[in-house]
Design a protein. Sequence first.
Length: 324
Amino acid sequence: MKPKKIHDSVLELIGNTPMVRLNRIGAGLVSEILVKVEYMNPSGSLKDRIAVEMIEQAEKEGKLKPGYTIIESSTGNTGFALSSIGTLKGYKVRIYETMPGKAGAEKQKMMHNVGAEVRLMEPADIEHLRERSVAGSEVELPGRQLCLEDERAEPDKIWWARQFSNKDNVKAHHVTAREILEQTDGKVDVFVQSIGTGGSLAGIAEVLKKEVPNVKVIGIQPASSKELWHPGMDFPATETKGGIVSAMLKQQGLIDVLVRITDTEARAMTHRLWQEEGLYCGVSSGANVHFALEEAKKSGGKKSIVTLLCDHMNRYLTEERYVT
Ligand SMILES: Cc1ncc(COP(=O)(O)O)c(C=O)c1O
């Protein structure tokens, strides 16, 4: 099909992101590192893919109706993608920070600038939440707990996207996987991705594991994460916890390896991507490439190691932190 010269809407620009070989960072290696440039999505991150899929599916199922407010707990990328697509479609959008201090200054401003209501948190708010905890649970995911409270209070006015457990988050990334297969002619030996909700890793792994014999799938956790995950872990899911990550870890053979990467390692590789490759990505992309390079160095024979550049450097000007 000939590429369209004029698009009817910015929504048509979501997905079909380019893939680039790392020539300098990968210099001298037999294997190649291929990065899929997800920051070229319209809102600057991979989260456009899931935002449009979750919103349009909820509309079809009658869960999201005109006049509703879309809510979510986010460190900012899903928040901004929902804010931009949600306001474009005429909805109000309210984004809660996941926990105090997690949403960077640029992401807060971007969400606010496109018309979303941004609710930040103070450490004292967590204590307050603990007192009226809905599930009597530990308040380690306060943003999600606030979304649950809002949803229960006004079920006819609010749609909580529930990205951490929404099946359409995973489904949106089946498309990402198909694009990867097409761009590499099916030659993917290793796939590496940082985990937030787990939607991208689970969705891409589900397709790759079906289509590519012996593909190795590696997940990365920020070393700052409180919970230590491992493949095969029996991790309970509740209304505010677990979701895609717990299903993904339990599913035998989906994820082969889980590693942890520090802020320092992630930041150092992010700077190399900016300075040596002209790829203006965020810090989780640096974490991805840091580990992709480790794999490339140790692999015997020519392997294709694929990873994602999840978001744009423009949201890390004030602070360079590895958050997912
Ligand atoms: C910058 C960044 N990298 C990676 C991820 C991981 O994506 P996912 O939620 O699909 O696990 C996210 C989102 O959580 C993110 O915001």
